[in-house]
Design a protein around this ligand. Structure first.
Ligand SMILES: [Fe+2]
Length: 438
C-alpha cells in the first residue's frame, strides 16, 4: 500500500477517508455525516496564544469515552518516568553502550520499550526520557496512548508502520516520527523485526528552531514534514487499550478498535520527517559553529534558548574549513547529551560507537574526540572532505539525565569508554610548536 501524506509543519490540515465525512463550515453539526461523533483533541490549553494553539477535530465511529472506561493498573518494569532517582550505584562518568540485543522471544513495540535515562519531572511537564525499543511482533489488537508526553521515534533497523488515530505513517531508518501526547496508536514491524530509539518529551511539544540570520531556508524545511491522511479500522473484536499516565500504566478492554477516526481537521497531528532532507549549514572558511546548528526540532522549556529537549543530527556533509580542527572540539556543557547512531561512523569517534549503540555525556562532564580522532584531525592534510555514511543524533536536554538501573546494569555498557581519551598525550613542551612526536 502506498501511503499518502500532507506536507508542512504544524499546518491546519483537513482530510477525510470517506467522501463528505468532514463537516464544512463548522466543527460541530447537530448530526455528523455517516453518524459519526465529533470530538476535539487539544494539545494546548484552549487559551494558548494563536501561534502555539493546537487542536484537531476528529469525526469518529465512537467517541473516545467508548474507548476507555474501567482501567486496571498494570506494571511495566522497564519503562521509567522522571523523577527516577537513585535507581542504581553507578558513579557519574561518560558512558557508552553497544547496541541493544534483538529480542529472543516475541515482544511487541510497547512491551519492548526500555528506559535508559530520565530527566526533569513528568508532574511539572518538564524533561524527557530516552528509551530503546527492539521489537519482533506487531501490535494487532493492542493499542496505546501516552498522556505523559509526545514520542519521537528514531528507527535504527527495520521499518515501522504506525497506525494512529489520525492516519498511518511508515518510517524506515533515517526517518523519524512524532506521535503527539494522548494520541492512540499501534505499531507493526514491517520487516519482522525493528530496533531504534525513542525520546519521550514531557514538555512543550517539538517545534522548528528559529533560524536567525540563516534566514528563511535550510536546516529542516517545513515542507519536508509529512502528516498522514485519515485512515480508520472498523473492527468489532476484543481489543486492549494501554495507557501511560504520570508514570503509571493502565489498561482497559474494548470490544472494538479505537482507531475509528474517519475524518479530521486541525493542527494537532502526528508527522514524519526524513533526516536526509535536512539541509545542513556549517563552516565554509574556518572553525565550525556550535552543534546547535544541526538542530532538527526543539522543544522549548519556557526559558529563552534553553531547550527542554533538542533533537540534533550529524548527517553526511562536506568539511572544508581551513586551518581548523574539524571534528567537534572538547567541551563541557550545562546541557545533557544522549547520543545514538543510526548508521555509519560518527566523526568524533574512530571506534567503539557503533550503529544501534548509545552514549551519555551528562551535565558538565567533559567529552570530545578520542585520542585516535584527535591525532588524525590534528595532522591530516585539510582538503575538502565529504563525510559519508554517517547519521548520528542527540537528545540534548537542559535537565541532568538520570540513568535507570536497567541502563546501569546493561551488559552492553562499555566499561572502558573513558579510556578512549587515555592516549591523548601532553603536547606542551614550552615551545610554540609543541611536541607532535608520536
Ligand atoms: Fe557534547
Amino acid at each position: 500500500m502506498t501511503l499518502s501524506y500532507m506536507p508542512g509543519f504544524g499546518n491546519d490540515f483537513e482530510t477525510e477517508s470517506l467522501a463528505g465525512a468532514l463537516p464544512q463550515g463548522q466543527n460541530s453539526p447537530q448530526r455528523c455525516a455517516y453518524g459519526l461523533y465529533a470530538e476535539q483533541l487539544s494539545g494546548s490549553p484552549f487559551t494558548a496564544p494563536r501561534g502555539i494553539n493546537e487542536r484537531s477535530w476528529l469525526y469518529r465511529i465512537r467517541p473516545s469515552v467508548k474507548h476507555s472506561g474501567r482501567f486496571t493498573p498494570v506494571k511495566r518494569e522497564h519503562w521509567k518516568t522522571a523523577p527516577n532517582l537513585d535507581d542504581h550505584e553507578l558513579p557519574i562518568g561518560q558512558l557508552r553502550w553497544n547496541p541493544t540485543p534483538m529480542p529472543e522471544s516475541a515482544v511487541n513495540f510497547i512491551d519492548s520499550i526500555r528506559t535508559m535515562t530520565t530527566a526533569g519531572d513528568v508532574h511539572g511537564q518538564a524533561g524527557m526520557a530516552a528509551h530503546v525499543y527492539a521489537v519482533n511482533q506487531d501490535m494487532v489488537d493492542d493499542y496505546f496512548f501516552n498522556a505523559d508526553g509526545e514520542l519521537l521515534l528514531v528507527p535504527e533497523q527495520g521499518m515501522l508502520s504506525i497506525f494512529t488515530e489520525m492516519g498511518i505513517i511508515e518510517i524506515e531508518p533515517s526517518e523519524i516520527c512524532i506521535i503527539p501526547r494522548g494520541m492512540m496508536f499501534k505499531v507493526a514491524a514491517l520487516n519482522g523485526e525493528a530496533r531504534g530509539y525513542i525520546c519521550e518529551n514531557y514538555g512543550a511539544k517539538f517545534s522548528l528552531p528559529d533560524r536567525g540570520p540563516i534566514g528563511a531556508n535550510c536546516l529542516a524545511n517545513p515542507r519536508d514534514f509529512k502528516t498522514p491522511i485519515a485512515a480508520f479500522e472498523e473492527k468489532e473484536t476484543p481489543c486492549r487499550l494501554h495507557v501511560k499516565w504520570c508514570g503509571k500504566f493502565y489498561e482497559t478492554l474494548l470490544g472494538h478498535s479505537p482507531l475509528d477516526v474517519v475524518a479530521w481537521h486541525g493542527n494537532y497531528a502526528p508527522y514524519k520527517y526524513d533526516l536526509r532532507t535536512f539541509s545542513p549549514v556549517g563552516a565554509i572558511l574556518f572553525d565550525h559553529p556550535d552543534p546547535s546548528i544541526f538542530t532538527v526540532l526543539t522543544a522549548p522549556s519556557g526559558e529563552e534558548g534553553t531547550a527542554n529537549v533538542d533533537f540534533v543530527i550529524f548527517p553526511p556533509r562536506w568539511l572544508v574549513a581551513e586551518h581548523s580542527f574539524r571534528p567537534p572540539w572538547y567541551h563541557r556543557n550545562i546541557m545533557s547529551e544522549f547520543m545514538g547512531l543510526i548508521y555509519g561512523q560518527y566523526d568524533a569517534k574512530e571506534e567503539g560507537f557503533v550503529a544501534g549503540g548509545m552514549s551519555l555525556h551528562n551535565m558538565m562532564l567533559a567529552h570530545g574526540p578520542d585520542a585516535m580522532g584527535f591525532n588524525k584531525a590534528s595532522t591530516v592534510e585539510l582538503k575538502p572532505q565529504r563525510l559519508e555514511n554517517t547519521m548520528a543524533f542527540m537528545f540534548e536536554t537542559r535537565f541532568p539525565q538520570h540513568l535507570t538501573r536497567f541502563a546501569a546494569e546493561l551488559e552492553t555498557l562499555q566499561d572502558n569508554y573513558a579510556d578512549c581519551w587515555s592516549g591523548l598525550k601532553k603536547r606542551f613542551n614550552g615551545t610554540p610548536e609543541g611536541d607532535w612526536s608520536e
